[in-house]
Design a protein around this ligand. Structure first.
Ligand code: CAA
Length: 380
């Protein structure tokens, strides 16, 4: 068993760490307070190759592996969780399915500019009545000559307010259940597409999400991603990768909170000594550090399996389940260690606590991850 990172992985991690310290950490609080999309930072992520980390260079990406991607996601999310999810959706939920299921012609148009960070992508699966039950798609696509006409709506679409294109899931044959679902590549500036105002959220306030409405939107049949009826498998296998990104985001948020709590516990004094010297605090720090390492090992295992090209649905679900719930516990303890200051806007730990919460919900709730894990355990 090999626990050492290779030179490329270490270099990318260190570049991301420095970038986060320089560009993200000093601004994240203001972006959060103002609900401001970090446009300049996202442009710089593109310049660094971070909007298509595991996309081959010939398609505009950095040509790195998925372990590197997970390391990068942890570092960027440590600096700013909102920037982390913007990056994760573009990498995992947009570029990855186009890379995996797209034709070369589609990759030229729909992958290269997105992996290079010139354009932004998003992923349209969730609907008002199709959240955890992703197969219950109501958005329909009806064949019309060489085109399809799409009608319906999607909600909670991360990057929706800013994105140029979407990997969009539709129902083409309701009688076939999940085998009647079809994925399309769609330009979000097409006639008939409307974007609702950005959602107001508890955390990740600098990342935009919104509802999208489709009214008889005409899409050429050449924009099918995969074959008609393959959409559910496109969505599920995409989420196997996406869940690694979100697990790494949760890890990054938790690490930010842990590092701040650790530093604070050495400075803050009570009963004539630094609070870190009280066993109550040092035991909390010990648990936090242990859980962070455990989560990282699960994340890196899932990413390494993706790199080997083997099915990793269960390992991704385990990584996301554990890392997101760990992030909740660690950010909670970080506030506890800060006492009253932790509850105030003077420190960043309250933001980390709010940001961590969504990682237990999007890309499959913790309950959905448990369903995926249990199904695999019971199957043996
Ligand atoms: N890879 C490939 N195929 C898969 C698969 C995977 N990971 N998971 C399932 N499938 C296939 C199955 O093999 C099966 O195929 P056959 O019928 O040919 O055997 C088919 O898909 C149906 O599988 P299930 O019966 O397991 O499907 P289900 O309807 O019971 O649903 C579920 C399973 C796990 C509950 C699924 O619906 C799910 O993951 N729900 C959560 C949805 C989700 O994560 N949404 C997140 C939205 S995106 C988001 O949040 C983005 C953002 O903003 C950041």
């Amino acid at each position: 068993m090999q626990f050492e990172l290779n030179d490329t992985q270490r270099m990318l991690r260190d570049t991301c760490r420095e970038f986060a310290d320089r560009e993200l950490v000093p601004n994240a609080r203001t972006w959060d307070e103002e609900h401001r999309f970090p446009k300049e930072a996202v442009k710089k992520l593109g310049d660094l190759g971070l909007m298509g980390v595991a996309v081959p260079e010939e398609w505009g990406g950095a040509g790195a592996d998925n372990v590197s991607y997970a390391l990068a996601m942890e570092e960027i999310s440590r600096g700013c969780a909102s920037t982390g999810v913007i990056m994760s959706v573009n990498n995992s939920l947009y570029c990855d399915p186009v890379l995996k299921f797209g034709t070369d012609e589609q990759k030229q148009e729909w992958l290269a500019p997105f992996a290079a960070g010139e354009k932004l992508g998003c992923f349209g699966l969730t609907e008002p009545e199709a959240g955890s039950d992703a197969a219950a798609q109501k958005t329909i696509a009806v064949r019309d000559g060489d085109d399809y006409l799409i009608t319906g709506s999607k909600n909670w679409i991360t990057n929706g307010p800013q994105a140029d294109a979407i990997v969009l899931f539709t129902m083409t044959d309701r009688s076939k259940g999940n085998k009647g679902i079809t994925a399309f590549l769609l330009d979000l500036n097409s006639p008939g597409v409307t974007r609702a105002p950005a959602d107001r959220k508890l955390g990740i306030a600098a990342s935009g999400s919104c509802s999208l409405f489709f009214d008889n939107v005409r899409v050429p049949a050449k924009n099918l991603l995969g074959k008609e009826g393959d959409g559910f498998k496109v969505a599920m296998s995409t989420l196997d990768g996406g869940r690694i990104g979100i697990a790494a985001q949760a890890l990054g948020i938790a690490r930010a909170a842990f590092e701040e709590a650790l530093a604070y516990s050495k400075e803050r004094k009570s009963f004539d000594k630094p609070i870190a010297s009280h066993q109550a605090i040092s035991f909390m720090l010990a648990d936090m550090g242990t859980e962070l390492d455990a989560a990282r090992l699960l994340v890196l295992r899932a990413a390494a399996l993706k790199d080997q090209g083997v099915r990793h649905s269960t390992e991704s679900a385990m990584a996301k389940l554990y890392a997101s719930e760990m992030s909740h516990r660690v950010t909670h303890k970080a506030i506890q260690i800060h006492g009253g200051y932790g509850y105030s806007k003077e420190f960043d730990v309250e933001r980390h606590y709010r940001d961590a919460r969504i990682t237990e919900i999007y890309e499959g709730t913790s309950e959905i991850q448990r369903i995926v894990i249990a199904a695999s355990l019971l199957k043996g």
